[in-house]
Design a protein. Structure first.
Length: 338
């Protein structure tokens, strides 16, 4: 497993507290988007297609920390856009760490080396570097040559300075299982703490609409990739979620598990869909019609979605829902197999 023990225990304690309190819906990861600006135009991204006037806007440090306080999730993913374009991102990360949050600062790493001096290594902070495969696959995904090499150099420097580094990988139609497996080997050899993987979501605004995976195709692809995993591979994800990707488990989406906060407010219903905004976290949780979302709802926008932000919370909850779920997770941690 690529999840630090301190984080595992903190999340486990939090989940058990919620269950003992009788709460049916609670957040696990706050998806914090302090801005939408980016220095890349990835072919599968549907997050940055806004007018220039909106791309210039950003959340303040105070707004970011207040959102975390209001939500209370033990983990915060600082996403975007490219968070390193925010002039106060280091202060945001520091404030979240001081609150005991486990922070994953998502970045394409183009600016990482030049910004490292603004940060200090912290067990609560990890740079989550966007890497959609090896050199050829990643550069094609981000529509620019040389980005893979820049990211690898930045990862090496961050690791040299003692920072935690993970990777996040989105796979699309056309991904070759053997190349993905080789990429995993390369990342482990590089020394990253763990890897996150997920199929891409078919954003309506994404430039490339032809390469998003259907659900059955996702199952086949991830089964090919994850069957007989190499012993060195470490994933920063629940083993049950990986089994879900492989088609070995059937989960329903938990959209409230990873609530999203950005310049518009609390996004309904999830990180991927934009069906309006709530002014408070409580309003999001209590006034959203959750029955309209998820595979079982029949909502066509949800039918092929298997993205981690919706199903990782389900997997974590399944771990603590029964002795079987907990035993399965422990067995995967021991054997290294999903």
């Amino acid at each position: 497993m690529g999840i630090p023990l301190a984080q595992m225990f903190a999340v486990a304690r939090y989940v058990l507290q919620q269950r003992f309190a009788g709460r049916q819906r609670y957040p696990l990861v706050l998806m914090l988007e302090p801005l939408f600006r980016c220095n890349l135009s990835c072919t599968g991204c549907g997050k940055i297609q806004y007018p220039t006037s909106l791309l210039k806007k950003q959340l303040s440090v105070e707004e970011c920390l207040a959102a975390s306080d209001e939500c209370g999730a033990p983990v915060v993913s600082i996403a975007g856009g490219e968070p390193l374009l925010h002039p106060d991102v280091a202060e945001i990360a520091r404030g979240l760490c001081e609150r005991g949050r486990f922070v994953y600062l998502c970045t394409n790493a183009l600016l990482l080396k030049q910004h490292l001096d603004k940060f200090e290594p912290n067990k609560h902070l990890s740079f989550s570097v966007h890497m959609d495969g090896g050199r050829i696959d990643h550069d094609r995904s981000v529509a620019r040559e040389g980005v893979y090499d820049t990211a690898v150099a930045a990862i090496r420097e961050a690791l040299r300075r003692g920072f935690r580094v993970t990777t996040n990988t989105t796979l699309f139609e056309g991904a070759a299982p053997e190349r993905v497996r080789q990429f995993f080997d390369d990342m482990m050899e590089l020394g990253v703490e763990g890897m996150m993987i997920s199929p891409g979501y078919s954003y309506e605004k994404a430039p490339d609409q032809e390469h998003f995976l259907k659900r059955e195709r996702s199952n086949r692809l991830f089964a090919q990739i994850l069957e007989s995993p190499h012993k060195a591979w470490r994933f920063n994800q629940s083993p049950l979620f990986l089994r879900f990707l492989m088609g070995k488990l059937d989960f329903e989406c938990t959209p409230w598990g990873n609530p999203t906060y950005n310049i518009f407010g609390w996004q309904r219903p999830c990180y991927l869909l934009q069906d309006g905004y709530a002014s408070t976290f409580r309003e999001l949780m209590e006034e959203t019609d959750w029955s309209k979302y998820g595979h079982a709802s029949g909502n066509p926008r949800c039918q092929d979605c298997m993205v981690h932000c919706g199903f990782e919370p389900t997997a974590v909850n399944a771990t603590f829902r029964s002795a079987r779920g907990l035993a399965s997770t422990v067995a995967s941690m021991i054997t290294g197999r999903p």
